[in-house]
Design a binder for this molecule. Structure first.
Ligand SMILES: [Zn+2]
Length: 205
């Protein structure tokens, strides 16, 4: 049984999701301000999953780790290029992401088991080189990060971005999944694979 609470915050209105799954609390992404929100709910965090390292998804990652000593799962370790700190530093007053650790690197095709549930991992670069999606098996839900949005796709103009690669990944990986699968994206409202296959203006099925 999966129960999802959504937090939206930070300058990019980024979504973080707290999933209650089989008595465990799994957090997907750590946008700015999510720790205060978690504390206000009296929530705990048993594991942190990061869809990618862009700053707006990881600004509170260090504070989550300090608060709950939970293991963190991501495609790779953060770098100033992946967090976009390098890009922002060259543009003027810089933004700093407090350093956090990645305890487990996730790999596409190697299911990750959390709370007794296998999470299917897909690596879909193009928005960011380290973009992954997480789908807890049997729940009908996929946490998609900034890959596919309701009637949109992730931007491809940031460092390491590649629009053709992103669209190919969406078509060959996400659009192969069940039409009824619900996508919980990094920004905006949830959608389904079927709705995007039918109407997404950026990637045709
Ligand atoms: Zn992003």
């Amino acid at each position: 049984m999966l129960d999802i609470a959504t937090y939206t915050g930070g300058i990019a209105e980024t979504n973080g999701y707290l999933c209650h799954l089989n008595d465990a609390q799994i957090l997907i992404d750590a946008p700015d301000g999510i720790v205060d929100w978690l504390r206000a709910r009296g929530a705990s965090v048993d594991a942190l999953l990061l869809t990618h390292a862009h700053f707006d998804h990881v600004l509170d990652a260090a504070a989550v780790q300090e608060g709950w000593k939970c293991p963190t799962y991501a495609f790779t370790d953060p770098t100033p290029e992946l967090t976009l700190e390098a890009m922002l530093a060259s543009a003027g007053p810089s933004l700093q992401v407090r350093p956090y650790s990645v305890d487990h690197h996730v790999v596409e095709g190697e299911p990750l088991t959390l709370a007794g549930t296998a999470f299917d991992v897909l690596h879909i670069p193009g928005h960011s080189p380290d973009s992954v999606t997480f789908a807890p098996e049997g729940t009908g839900v996929l946490f998609g990060g900034d890959v596919l949005f309701q009637m949109g796709i992730g931007r491809d103009d940031l460092p390491g971005g590649d629009g053709a690669l992103l669209r190919r990944g969406i078509r060959e990986k996400l659009y192969e999944l069940d039409d009824d699968l619900q996508i919980y994206p990094g920004h905006g409202a949830p959608t389904t694979i079927g709705a995007e296959k039918r109407s997404n203006p950026f990637v045709r099925a």
